[in-house]
Design a protein around this ligand. Structure first.
Ligand SMILES: NC(=O)c1ccc[n+]([C@@H]2O[C@H](COP(=O)([O-])OP(=O)(O)OC[C@H]3O[C@@H](n4cnc5c(N)ncnc54)[C@H](O)[C@@H]3O)[C@@H](O)[C@H]2O)c1
Ligand SMILES: O=C(O)C(=O)C[C@]1(C(=O)O)C=C[C@@H](O)C=C1
Length: 311
């Protein structure tokens, strides 16, 4: 029995998230035809070579023509311009969605370009790796991970339900959330942790001269995890911080206060405070495990041939 949910899906931007969507849709037979567009000819060539998408188009207009679902899979800062480009070519009754890591800024940038009669259902899969480009995707990326749908005012519930079915078909658990709440939650669980990882690796690099190459050689598991996160795509993360500015600054403020409190406890030798703090945080980790939510995908995304994110 066919599980097809959309006749034709167009993916705009062919990186980790789009390529994983393609393989996940193919795995479950969720789309009749998937077209793809990437802005650089090199990425389009790579996509053709590895069989990514049923048809790779040389323009975004061609890719979205006749599509029932168009998913914007470009960095958050590029969403508005891409929406403006494709708007005249969207089929009446089609749904436009996106996968951006920030929701309010994407909605503000994209919604004004969505023509009358076309639905807009923003989304965000909470799954990824530090790899990017068309060769980094894999069908299992969304298995048992959350995908948050962030319908805007007036979104047709049927369009939302259909997109939910697609994400569920790709293996995800789906929830709905308001855009501002989404941005605050993600500032805590994803954006600020990335900034901390970037900073920690930067500090280690600054100290390299002092510690010679020991930072790399004796890198303990905790620091190695930081380096994995800090290897994430610079364009993507630049856009995340520029567009989720308020929530990130709010969480960073709180983080800094806590850090100073712990710094003081270390300086004054307040072992009780340190112990109490670490006990509380350990309980949080155990709560996640007990709730069966430690579903982080193993890091088996593929890197681009050059080792660099493909354009
Ligand atoms: N990587 C993750 O962990 C992750 C997880 C969830 C959501 N996201 C979101 O998904 C989106 C895509 O991320 P990704 O990891 O697939 O990135 P990626 O770097 O692997 O791919 C991005 C694609 O967008 C294209 N692109 C870049 N700038 C463009 C522009 N100005 N116009 C048109 N195309 C452009 C690139 O050529 C590339 O094909 C981002 O909005 C990101 O915030 C990423
Ligand atoms: O596992 C990783 O590499 C990720 O950072 C994935 C991650 C996250 O923070 O969990 C990164 C950004 C997203 O928008 C969603 C998921």
């Amino acid at each position: 029995m066919s599980k097809q949910i959309y006749g034709r899906v167009a993916l705009i931007g062919l990186g980790l998230i789009a390529s994983s969507m393609f393989w996940a849709m193919k795995r479950a037979g969720l789309a009749g035809e998937v077209t793809g567009f990437a802005r650089s000819a090199e990425t389009r060539d790579t996509a053709r070579k590895i069989g990514l998408c049923d048809r790779i188009c040389d323009t975004a207009a061609e890719a979205v023509k006749g599509a029932d679902l168009v998913v914007l899979c470009v960095p958050v800062g590029a969403m508005g311009a891409v929406a403006e480009d494709i708007a005249p070519f969207l089929k009446p009754g089609a749904t436009v969605s996106d996968v951006g890591s920030v929701k309010r800024a994407v909605i503000d940038a994209v919604a004004p370009h969505i023509p009358e009669g076309v639905h807009f259902v923003p989304a965000h899969p909470l799954a990824g790796t530090e790899h990017s480009g068309p060769e980094s995707g894999f069908a299992e990326l969304y298995d048992n991970r959350w995908c948050l749908l962030v319908p805007v005012e007036g979104t047709d519930p049927e369009a939302t339900a259909r997109l939910r079915a697609l994400w569920e078909g790709m293996g995800a658990n789906v929830d709905e959330m308001d855009a501002d709440h989404h941005d605050l939650v993600l500032a805590v669980t994803s954006h600020t942790p990335h900034l901390i990882a970037y900073t920690m690796v930067g500090v280690a690099d600054d100290l390299r001269r002092v510690t010679d190459s020991e930072v790399i050689k004796y890198s303990a598991a905790g620091f190695r995890d930081f380096t994995r996160i800090a290897a994430s795509d610079p364009t993507m993360w630049r856009d995340v911080f520029l567009t989720n500015k308020d929530a990130t600054l709010e969480i960073l403020g709180r983080f800094t206060e806590e850090l100073f409190a712990l710094q003081r406890a270390i300086r004054t030798g307040d072992g009780q405070q340190l112990h109490d703090y670490f006990t509380r945080t350990r309980a949080i980790r155990r709560g996640i495990i007990d709730a069966g939510q430690d579903t982080a995908a193993p890091n088996f995304g593929r890197q681009t041939a050059s080792g660099e994110p493909a354009e």
